[in-house]
Design a protein around this ligand. Sequence first.
Ligand code: URA
Length: 427
Amino acid sequence: MRAVDLIQKKRDGKTLTEEEINFLLDGYLDKSIPDYQMSAFLMATYFNGMEKDELKTFTGKMMNSGDLIKFDGIDKFLIDKHSTGGVGDKTTIALAGLFASFDIGTAKLSGRGLGHTGGTIDKFESIKGFNFPQTKERMVEVINKTGTGIMGASDKVVPLDKQIYALRDVTGTVMSIPLIASSIMSKKLAVYADGIILDVKVGSGAFMKDLDMARDLAKTMLQIGDSFDRKVVTVLTDMDQPLGLAVGNSLEVIEAIETLKGNGPADFTELVETLVAVALQIKGDAATIEEGKAMVNEMIKSGKPVEMLKEFIGEYGGDPRLVDDYSLLPMAQNMIEFKAENSGYIGKIEAEEVGKSAMVLGAGRATKEDLINHGVGVVLTKKIGDRVEAGEVLAKIYFDEDINLESSIRLLDGAFEIVSDKVEDRN
Ligand code: URA
């Protein structure tokens, strides 16, 4: 078999066999197939896509390129909720308290942030002393004790994806549905959970800007899950504006805790309720999403999720008292208000720009080496559809040093659009 023949076959829109895909990926792994041939194959895939069987083989090969993680000795129903990434997405923090309250276990690998979206690991690291499990045994222990197992993404899980993603990044082949779907699903399938919930973000601040493309991605990931006999549910959610109000690490931790206390912003509360309802339906505890949401509502009123979050924080080495005393979290020294110049309705809040305005203050990384300042960020006071008068506060900027304050304000200024006609409320 020769790589060039397989590249031509894909270029001509034909379907590759299992043996042929294995040949290509094995060859890429053992370096007998060079980057330029793999790049050509990825570009041919970009234009011609992959059939169901090809996707199954491709994803399976990626998944099996490293460690497969199965947690033995856990008697809880395990859910892995994954989001394709968005600005202000602090869902995992709120779910830690809620899933545990319903005796649903969490088993997931999370990442650090790069660019305009923050990483879950960074958000939790706002908590002084917070230590993620480093071994499978410790994961099993924390899941059994607190319900929540979250560990840092490992280079040993699906190493082939890392190699191929790096190549896609520099060859214009990232935005291919089969390649994105197989990349995400190989990592989800490599870590065993009874149910996988995929929150596919759509909109200006998301990886998927376009609704049709997001639907296509969701459908393809469901198909892959099905090929591997794994229970997968996808939820498409709005990322045309930041999720909730807070963007920045400890600010987001506070908003997630407030949501568990029943005081969260409407859009974030709705997302959290929906995701837990989906988990309850997968587990068989709720017949419908509506029933699940009602259960979540009652659970929040009971106060149990806050108690479960405290247990989780304590087990991971943090001080659980922070749940009732936010001064135990890092907080920026200064705050300024960003005000509206005109009156009208909020027509747009570009999530990506808000993410960047927090990032330049130190809430995120522009390069992998950058250090995070956990106390800084932006808290919106208005969302799309809200009425605003000139001079009214649109957002609060929390900062320590003013070196990048100007650019943060400029980015925020570019994020907001105020229009004169009434806009549909999307809170
Ligand atoms: N996220 C991934 O993990 N892989 C992709 O290809 C795109 C987004």
